[in-house]
Design a protein around this ligand. Structure first.
Ligand SMILES: [Zn+2]
Ligand SMILES: [Zn+2]
Length: 214
């Protein structure tokens, strides 16, 4: 039986219907419900955007994750086809009712600056491991270069480098990355621990690695 849309009078012979309403008017109604401004959080230091629990490099995919919860109901999935952070706008694509209905909407971005955990730790001198490189200046220099590259490649950072007698003490933000470095280069450091505090009633240790390079 042919239906007629109560809003625009289009016929179901010409247009797809969603319940009693035609596709055009359904899109209009959905568009009105979607806020035209969305809030995103970016890190004031590294510029990454908060997408879910973590901060990520700004991309169409991470922005879509940041916007999904604010823009959409469970009926529609949000993707981002274009964005311009400087001018604070994004083009959001909505795919609704399992892809039966699709449309685009321009969204203004309201940006709030925060500090992500990585930048916070970096700025507060946070570290979990100390690597004591010892040996000839040539061997130490080579290991130091490899360590710096490995640490940044794996998303950690060096909080401090201290020249000491016969080598360097390197303070590394992440103990898993520090121990990964040793397995990657097949080094066998002497490992010890230093108690540095309590976290929810549990003792927290820093790992100290002494590496003899000669
Ligand atoms: Zn209609
Ligand atoms: Zn950051």
């Amino acid at each position: 039986m042919t239906k007629y849309c109560p809003i625009c009078n289009r016929s179901s012979d010409d247009v797809k219907f969603f319940g009693e309403i035609c596709a055009y008017c359904t899109i209009d109604m959905l568009k009105k419900k979607i806020p035209s401004t969305a809030k995103i959080y970016t890190c004031r230091f590294c510029g990454r955007v908060k997408a879910g629990a973590d901060y990520e490099r700004i991309s169409k995919a991470s922005l879509a994750r940041a916007l999904q919860g604010q823009l959409s109901t469970s009926d529609c999935k949000v993707s981002v086809s274009d964005f311009d952070i400087e001018h604070r706008r994004a083009t959001a694509e909505f795919s609704c009712y399992e892809g039966e209905l699709a449309f685009t909407k321009e969204v203004k971005l309201s940006i709030e600056h925060k500090t992500c955990q990585t930048c916070y730790r970096q700025r507060s001198g946070y570290y979990e491991a100390v690597i004591q490189l010892r040996g000839s200046s040539e061997a130490v220099g080579k290991a130091l270069g490899r360590l710096e590259a490995y640490v940044s490649r794996n998303g950690a950072f060096i909080a401090k480098e201290e020249a000491v007698r016969k080598g360097y003490d390197i303070y590394v933000s992440d103990k898993l990355v520090a121990s990964g470095f040793f397995s990657y280069y097949r080094l066998k450091p002497l490992k010890s621990y230093e108690l540095y505090g309590l976290k929810r009633g549990r003792k927290v240790y820093r790992n100290i690695y002494a590496v003899s390079l000669d």
